[in-house]
Each structure stands twice: as C-alpha cells, then as structure tokens.
Design a protein around this ligand. Structure first.
Ligand code: ADP
Ligand code: MG
Length: 400
C-alpha cells in the first residue's frame, strides 16, 4: 500500500547532502544527566540510516521551555553525550540552529557526520512558526526529515514550517507511529474497541466524542466511568465524579447509540473508604451497592472478564487511560488483567492493539505487557489529539 507521505525510502542518493532532521530530544534530566533515554533510542534508527547513507545529519529539536531565552539548563549540549552513547557514534554539537554560527559548524562536517544544533526554542520564532526563522533554518539544509511525531501537534518552525520549504520526508520513528495509528483508527479491521480510562471526563471529552463515531465498542473505565454511572442514576458515593457533566455524558450516550457504538460501563466495582494501598475497607460490589462513604477505585473482576470476552470478538483495540487507580494496589487489578488479555490476543494474531498516554504506558509496563502490544505510543499530547480526530499540523505538512 502506498503511503500518503514520503519516507527515507523516497530520498534517493543523499551522499554529501545536508539533511535537517527534527527529532524529539526532550528527555527528562536528573542531576545534569539524562534519566530516561527512550526518546533517544527512538531517534536512533533515522539518524544512523541517514549517516550510513552519507548525509550530513543536522538534528533539530527543542529542549524544555526556554521561551526564546538562551540558558545553559536548556542547552541541547546537555544531551550530546547521551545521544553519542545511544548511537555508538560521535555526535557534534553546534551552538546555534540558524545563521552564520550554525553554517560555520556545518561547513566543516564530512558526509556521515552527525550534529545536534542548539535548542530551536532559543528563538521566539520557533513557536510562532516565524517565516524568517523557517527560511534561516531551511538555508542550512538540502532536505528535511520529520521524525518527531510527539511534537507534530504543534505548528512550529521546525515541526511544520520547514516541511513547506524543503523536500520533506517522514523519519522511521514517525513512519512507524503513523502506520500504527492508521491501522488502529484510520483504516482499521473491524470490529474496533476503544478503552478510555483515567481520572476525568473533562480532560477527554473530545476523545470520547470522536471515538463513539469511530469504534464499535467503547469501554469506559477509571474515574470517568463514575461520571457516566452518575448520569445514569447510580449513586457513586464519595467517588471522583464530575456531576456537572451529567448532560454531557447523556449526549455522548445518545451520539453512541446513533452511531451504533456500544458503551461498556462497569457493573461491578472495587471500592474503599480511603485511597491507600490495600486498605482494610476494600471490597468488591455491584455498582448499585456503593455506600455513601465509599469510593470506586477500580473496575470489578466480573466486568473485566466480560470486557476480555468482548475483546476476543474484536480485531482492533485502541487504549488510552487506566481502568482504575493503578498506582496503588489492589486497584491495578482490572487494568493489569485487561492489558494481559489484550496482549495475549495480540500475540495470537487476532488483535491489533495500539495504546498511548503517559499513565497508560506506565500501567502497561507495570502489567509487563507493553512489548506485546502492536504499538505503544509515548507521544502524549500528540497521541491524544490524534485520538480526538484532529489533524496534526506536522503530519499534515508531510502529507502536503
Ligand atoms: P493517561 O496519562 O494515560 O492519558 P490519565 O492521566 O487520563 O491517563 O489518567 C490516569 C489517572 O487516572 C491515574 O493517576 C489514575 O490513578 C487515575 N484514576 C483511574 N481510575 C480512577 C478512579 N476510579 N478514581 C480516581 N482516579 C482514577
Ligand atoms: Mg496522565
């Protein structure tokens, strides 16, 4: 199947060419060292492939929120050593991302060399997608590769503007992410199920509204299920619940019904009187039996089993948000059980499973199954906007 965007396969001979590559190098730091190099490892295949094909690889990225102010704490020089380590290659650092300073550093590079250019957000024009900054950066390169899906929901100079100025290609990491998202919601095998959990309905209204028109089964868990249960007249006691969103929840029920989407809410739940690890008050009950001083903290075992059975009849799953307060035992049980079912179905080959979201990734790691899903996105905001059905500017610019 031809892709709606160009990839590294379409670049032709790039020997000696200057390739500007937008990567996500926004890694967490602790004591001046990179504390999690996941993003660097995701960037590696594209960087190494371009270098091996003889390009001069010029990496563009943002780091932190310097808001146009240069500062040593947000200099990408702090990431150079960690990237060198991940790539197993020398990585140079060029202390500018535009202008003569950058050009001078690039001029001495040889084919196959790799350099990180300084933080794009040291320039206010980055977040404003300022044409002058775009033109200045474009002047440094012959070709542009966007490999940072996680930054593609922003129309910034290095994520969007450059794609209109230079021949533009998706990097390997971007390509993998777009392929997975296409398989999950763009053109999925049906039936499609979505799990949406997490704390609050208000943060995922757009996600819910989009999904009811896209999927056959919408499984609602987490704190947000309480808001839907409350809207249906269930007394949820002391649970986290956005009572003012009852009408909104009703509108989502109606939209789902019109679209032929089945909404699944828990019919048994795990409750406790306090939010603590293994509290003495923990018990499992029917949703209609929650006492006034109890909180719903997880989906119950009977409901989870039924959800697992529903997944067995589905071909595609997209998952964002844990089913319960998974950070604290035993309220991780439902998330872990359903994640393991989804992982097993994926391994059997009957399910395409795509998940994303900060806490979701943590929960799947906790369940030990992140590696068994078809694809797990670490993109955060960009993943959520994609689940909301929004067009991501950085992706749109690649599609042309
Ligand atoms: P993600 O980061 O994957 O998008 P969210 O941030 O939306 O996920 O939701 C995760 C949070 O939801 C977790 O901190 C979890 O404890 C909380 N949560 C899940 N279920 C409940 C519940 N029943 N009551 C309170 N908080 C919950
Ligand atoms: Mg979160």
């Amino acid at each position: 199947m031809t892709k709606p965007f160009k990839t590294l396969d379409d670049m032709g001979d790039i020997t000696g060419k200057c390739v500007l590559v937008r990567e996500d190098l926004n890694v967490p730091m602790q004591d001046h060292a990179v504390s999690d190099d996941t993003r660097l490892r995701a960037a590696a295949p594209t960087i190494l492939e371009l270098a091996d094909r003889g390009a001069k690889v010029l990496i563009l990225a943002h780091f932190g929120r310097p808001k146009g102010q240069k500062s040593p704490e947000t200099s990408l020089s702090l990431v150079t050593r960690a990237l060198t380590h991940v790539l197993g290659r020398d990585v140079q650092f060029i202390p500018e991302c535009v202008g003569e300073g950058a050009a001078a550093g690039i001029a001495v590079m040889q084919p196959g060399d790799i350099a990180i250019l300084e933080n794009t957000r040291f320039h206010l024009g980055e977040e404003k997608n300022d044409p002058a900054l775009v033109a200045g950066m474009a002047a440094l390169g012959d070709l542009y590769v966007n490999d940072a899906f996680s930054a593609a929901h922003r129309a910034h100079a290095s994520t969007e503007g450059l794609a209109h100025k230079l021949p533009a290609f998706a990097g390997r990491s971007m390509e993998k992410e777009l392929d997975a998202l296409e398989a999950a919601l763009g053109n999925p095998q049906k039936p499609v199920a979505a799990v949406v959990g997490g704390a609050k309905v208000s943060t995922k209204l757009d996600v819910l509204n989009n999904l009811v028109t896209q999927v056959d089964h919408l499984i609602i868990g987490g704190g947000m299920a309480n808001t839907f249960l409350h809207a249906r007249g269930v007394d949820v006691g002391k649970s986290l619940c956005e009572k003012d969103l009852a009408e909104t929840a009703e509108a989502i029920f109606a939209k789902a019904e019109a679209a032929g989407c089945t909404i699944h809410l828990p019919y048994d739940v795990v409750v406790a009187k306090e939010f603590a690890a293994n509290p003495p008050s923990v018990r499992t009950c029917n949703v209609h039996e929650v006492a006034a001083d109890e909180m719903i903290l997880d989906v119950g075992p009977a409901a989870v089993e039924a959800l697992g059975d529903a997944l067995k009849n589905c071909r595609t799953l997209v998952w964002n948000g844990p089913l319960g307060a998974f950070e604290i035992p035993p309220f991780d049980a439902a998330t872990v059980a359903l994640a393991r079912t989804a992982a097993a179905l994926t391994k059997e080959g009957s399910l395409v499973s795509v998940a994303g979201g900060g806490d979701t990734v943590a929960a799947l790691n906790h369940a030990g199954v992140a590696g068994d899903f078809t694809f797990v996105s670490t993109a955060g905001g960009a993943f959520l906007e994609w689940m909301e059905g929004k067009e991501l500017p950085g992706v749109k610019a690649l599609i042309g």
